[in-house]
Design a protein around this ligand. Structure first.
Ligand code: SIN
Length: 480
């Protein structure tokens, strides 16, 4: 009998695990929304890999560690850059349509904190979507897909994993030899985010309730440039600044010139913080794209989205928003969590490759590399228990006292957002303690709120435990 593997999620990491397992295992993808509801499908920036002329994996490694404030796991980061280059070469050979120059060679782009042009793009600013859809097309019909199905609780057992899911208001228990969590990060904890609407930290909360270890929970990356328009969450890629766009305030001042030697391409946390300071001074901030050559051709998705938002000026109003979570479920070099048969891959996992701040375009790469490792590890492991004893798992679900999502988001923004103050975090934590997050909830929105509460508590505690600023974690000292 083939090993049974359940994969939760639908982004690059989930799809890559399924791709590498499909011939050897019985694979089911279980996802809360549609197959396209994930952050990978929104990833504009590209995928970084040392595959171009004169580049080396060692140079990519050094940039990764510098961006991560040296808090990265060195072994995991070496694997990222070395195996990352290998996988990208394979994807090029397989025919992923990465953007090319007139002479047919790959067009390698630059992004903040890279010291070599090593970002591959596809469809201009639609890299995640192109790579994801390419891999989805490579999945055979043997891979079963259960969309609109939410995993609400997981039960690790010695030789298998049990997952309680809900679909069409009906609970069901699924058993598998291995479970791979690939549900993405936590962006929807904040009122402003580049993340998909489904990204509510579910996998992290599920894993924590089941007893898995979490790590690096204080490190959240805020992207400096999201469109500043009510109701919009459009990301204006860093690649636009890589192509020469500049941040200015409403007085026309080019403020990044005085803040950091890398100016607009300074680390994201530096730029996001400076924009926040500009807002605190009563300024507005714009991305001036008048100097970008062929903007529409280079950034077709952003251009179309700006048209839809009625932005027809070369001064695009921008604000920072939550973008990427460096923390998450702690995993080893083979993507195993601290729970026997349960793996975590992609943004939900804390592999250690990002340290205190992720280097631009390293996230799709992380998803690909550690998803392949998880698949290889699963294939290599013995199948211990061939005879499932299907035992129905009763949901431990009840109606909880919960705040509204809006209130949680606003309080999270003020307390564990871009600029943190210990007394604000303590106040937030005391407020969070009023709410019980220990069991899932049958109602979808309450389920997501209780997951975000659990995660907020972990972030707040981790932020207080690190009283000194580093990387994306900026905390004002007690008497500032
Ligand atoms: C961007 O395009 O600015 C985001 C890409 C990334 O986060 O790596």
């Amino acid at each position: 009998m083939k090993k049974k593997v359940i994969i939760l999620g639908s982004g690059i990491a989930a799809t890559t695990v399924a791709f590498f397992l499909q011939d050897k295992c019985d694979v089911t993808i279980v996802t809360k929304g549609a197959l396209s509801d994930n952050n990978s499908a929104l990833a504009q920036g590209g995928v970084a890999a040392a595959v171009g002329p004169n580049d080396t994996a060692q140079a990519h490694y050094e940039d990764t560690l510098t961006a991560g404030a040296q808090l990265n796991d060195p072994d995991a980061s070496q694997i990222l850059v070395n195996e990352g280059a290998e996988i990208i070469r394979e994807l090029i050979k397989m025919g992923v349509p990465f953007d090319r120059l007139g002479d047919g060679s790959i067009d390698y782009g630059m992004e903040g904190a890279h010291h070599h042009p090593r970002i591959l793009h596809a469809g201009g600013d639609q890299t995640g979507k192109y790579v994801l859809e390419f891999l989805q097309r490579k999945l055979s019909s043997k891979v079963k897909i259960e969309a609109n199905t939410t995993a609400v609780e997981i039960f690790p057992e010695d030789n298998k994993a049990k997952i309680l899911v809900i679909a069409n208001k009906q609970f069901r228990t699924i058993e598998a030899d291995f479970l791979v969590i690939a549900t993405g990060g936590i962006g929807q904890l904040f009122p402003v985010t580049s993340n998909d609407k489904t990204i509510t930290g579910d996998g992290i909360a599920l894993a924590k309730r089941a007893g898995a270890e979490l790590a690096d929970m204080e490190f959240i990356q805020f992207h400096p440039t999201l469109l500043n328009k009510p109701g919009s969450s459009l990301l204006i890629s860093e690649a636009v600044r890589g192509d020469g766009a500049r941040l200015v305030n409403k007085s026309g001042e080019y403020f990044m010139a005085d803040v950091h030697p890398d100016k607009d391409l300074a680390p994201r946390f530096v730029v996001a913080r400076e924009i926040t300071n500009q807002f605190l001074k009563g300024e507005e901030v714009f991305l001036d794209i008048s100097t970008v050559q062929n903007f529409r051709a280079r950034f077709p998705y952003i251009s179309r989205s700006l048209d839809k938002a009625w932005i027809d000026s070369t001064l695009i109003p921008v604000k920072p928003g939550a973008h990427f979570f460096m923390g998450g479920v702690k995993t080893d070099l083979n993507a195993r969590t601290t729970l026997g048969n349960i793996y975590a891959v992609g943004e939900v996992a804390r592999t250690g490759v990002h340290g205190a701040n992720r280097l631009a375009s390293n996230s799709l790469l992380e998803g690909l590399v550690f998803a392949r490792r998880a698949a290889q590890d699963i294939i290599a492991r013995p199948q211990k228990d061939e005879n499932y004893q299907t035992e129905k798992q009763e949901p431990t679900i009840y109606k909880q006292n919960l705040p509204t999502l809006e209130e949680l988001k606003n309080r999270a923004w003020e307390s564990i957002g871009i600029i943190r103050r210990p007394e604000k975090i303590r106040e937030f934590l005391a407020w969070l303690e009023e709410f019980d997050d220990s069991v899932p909830n049958a109602n979808r929105i309450d389920f997501e709120i209780s997951n975000l509460i659990l995660i907020s508590k972990e972030i707040a505690r981790a932020a207080l435990a690190r009283p000194v600023s580093i990387g994306a974690h900026y905390i004002e000292e007690e008497n500032d």
